[in-house]
Design a protein around this ligand. Structure first.
Ligand SMILES: Nc1ncnc2c1ncn2[C@@H]1O[C@H](COP(=O)(O)OP(=O)(O)OP(=O)(O)O)[C@@H](O)[C@H]1O
Ligand SMILES: [Mg+2]
Length: 225
């Protein structure tokens, strides 16, 4: 199993007045090469669960293993290394930096990896060509269209060649054709062997034929209907 969570709990601000129990007793396995959709109402814990899978922070308790590595036992420094090497993250608002060019945005995740500028540019060029944004290479990201921004976000998530792609409400700011296009790109990536987990309550996403499994989350627990 590529991703294996056992009895995972996450408590924000533990022991303080503003303590929030965001996840309780989550058991979840994701097979390599599959595409899973996490759905659930606002505040149910979808983004928190993606953050744990994405090595942003460890669970408060429970076991979380990615490719056999126990995340809860890894010191922060190693969690960060694991994230940079294994995870591609696509955010709801794409988190693209408007003043940087398309090329600079896409290559950003490679800066801490010590990859040469030449190799960075080569990898970005391949992705920009594939995603049809090569003609925007030197445009500031603040001056391109929504559909192009989405592709920049996808290219940036792929540039470190991660086996796992996580997307948090990726279609929230996209119209129907762009949402379909997003899912078509995810389907291609899955066909290439990527493992994909998407948090979304958009039926265009969770009803898409490429989704292998839907997991419903409610109040921080997996909801079994
Ligand atoms: N950094 C944080 N500090 C404290 N509480 C948090 C933090 N992040 C999330 N929470 C709380 O944890 C719970 C789960 O939040 P989470 O963002 O995971 O839900 P979600 O399902 O992604 O919601 P949405 O659909 O609105 O994005 C919520 O009650 C939220 O307020
Ligand atoms: Mg969320």
């Amino acid at each position: 199993m590529l991703i294996a969570l056992e009895n995972v709990c996450k408590i924000y601000n533990q022991g303080q007045a503003n303590e929030v129990r965001a996840l309780s007793g989550i058991d979840l396995s994701v097979e390599a090469g599959s595409m899973l959709c996490l759905k659930g109402p606002s505040g149910s814990g979808k983004s928190t669960l993606l953050a744990i899978i994405g090595c942003v922070f460890p669970p408060t308790s429970g076991r979380a293993a990615i490719a056999g590595k126990q995340l809860a036992r890894l010191p922060d420094r190693f969690l960060t290394i694991h994230r940079r090497e294994s995870i591609g993250f696509i955010f709801q608002k794409f988190n693209v930096l408007p003043e940087l060019t398309v090329l600079e945005n896409i290559t950003l995740p490679l800066l801490p990896l010590g990859i040469s500028p030449r190799e960075r540019r080569q990898r970005a060029k391949t992705l920009m060509e594939r995603l049809g944004i090569a003609h925007r290479e030197n445009f500031p990201a603040g001056q391109i269209s929504g559909g192009e921004l989405q592709r920049v976000a996808i290219a940036r998530a792929l540039i470190n060649r991660p086996p796992i792609i996580l997307a948090d409400e990726p279609t929230a700011h996209l119209d129907t054709p762009l949402s379909r296009e997003f899912m078509a790109i995810m389907q291609q990536l899955q066909a290439e062997g990527k493992t994909i987990v998407i948090a979304s309550h958009d039926p265009l996403v969770f009803e898409h034929p490429a989704i292998d499994r839907q997991v419903a989350i409610q109040d921080g627990r997996i909801h079994v209907p």
